[in-house]
Design a protein around this ligand. Structure first.
Ligand code: GLP
Length: 259
């Protein structure tokens, strides 16, 4: 696991946007795994700016998002479909049909989850997977105690996750109890993983993910098994890491270059 600790959240966001842009420049037909959440809004804003400057194109890319709320149709303002259109898809040249999310309003969420898993493996799996980090250590909507070998399926959200996401709904009581999420096993098949977390609220989860035992109690700790994961943090999210000095020595100020 490569741990890059940046001085500011802005610099961490620039780093992650740069990693995605770099992948698209080297491999225009990359299969991207995309994430939602407040943290990613700035990443997508950077990518839109890069697209407008002519530095990146999504014309040949494909994408699969991590998750979607069960029972929430794509045109609902709190759906992840809606989020992705507003934050990225409506502003770049990704062809319609190349960007996929699970359908939250599918008649059988279980069948939808299985079909989504198959679509990912039929696409040759994710090339670069972007991840945020839940304050409880979740990735996608893989809540604590998720099987580390899990595939795309329906998960029950924890109370704390529903509370953390209540701000996206008009009424907190509307936050669904269930979501369709890629599994941890699905995520671990990605060729490369880039995880971004900033702020003090992520410090405990970041420590458990990077330095804690490999455990379903912290789903993100499964990334310790992945061959090519880059974790990008700001100072606050990195504040509880025991080996902080080591990460700073290897990658001063989060620079990803040999010293
Ligand atoms: C949600 C998403 C996750 C995301 C997490 C963190 O629950 N399903 O993919 O990483 O929240 O969100 P935020 O960036 O808003 O803190």
């Amino acid at each position: 696991m490569k741990v890059l600790i940046h001085n500011t959240p802005d610099s961490a966001v620039d780093c992650v946007a740069g990693l995605i842009a770099g992948r698209l420049q080297r491999q225009p037909d990359a299969v991207l795994g995309l994430a939602t959440g407040g943290t990613m809004e700035a990443v997508y804003a950077r990518l839109i700016a890069a697209y407008r400057r002519g530095e990146v194109s999504f014309a040949q890319a494909r994408s699969f998002n991590l998750d979607e709320y069960v029972g929430v149709p794509p045109d609902h303002p709190a759906s992840y479909w809606h989020y992705m259109r507003a934050q990225l898809f409506d502003h770049v040249d990704m062809p319609a049909g190349a960007a996929l999310l699970p359908r939250g309003d599918a008649p059988s969420p279980e069948a939808e989850a299985a079909a989504y898993e198959k679509a990912i493996s039929d696409a040759g799996d994710i090339g670069l997977q972007l991840l945020g980090l839940g304050a409880n250590g979740h990735i996608g909507f893989n809540e604590p105690t998720s099987s580390l070998a899990s595939l795309t399926r329906v998960k029950t959200l924890t109370r704390s996750t529903r509370a953390a996401n209540a701000r996206f709904f008009d009424d907190p009581a509307q936050v669904p109890r269930l979501a369709i999420t890629m599994g941890i096993g699905t995520i671990l098949r990605a060729g490369e993983v880039v995880l971004l977390a900033h702020g003090e609220g992520k410090a405990d989860a970041a420590r458990a993910m990077i330095e804690g035992p490999l455990s379903a109690a912290c789903p993100a700790s499964a990334l310790q098994l992945h061959r090519k994961t880059t974790v990008v943090l700001d100072q606050a999210a990195a504040s509880k890491l025991a080996l902080r000095d080591y990460y700073d020595e290897v990658h001063p100020a989060g620079r990803d270059a040999p010293i």
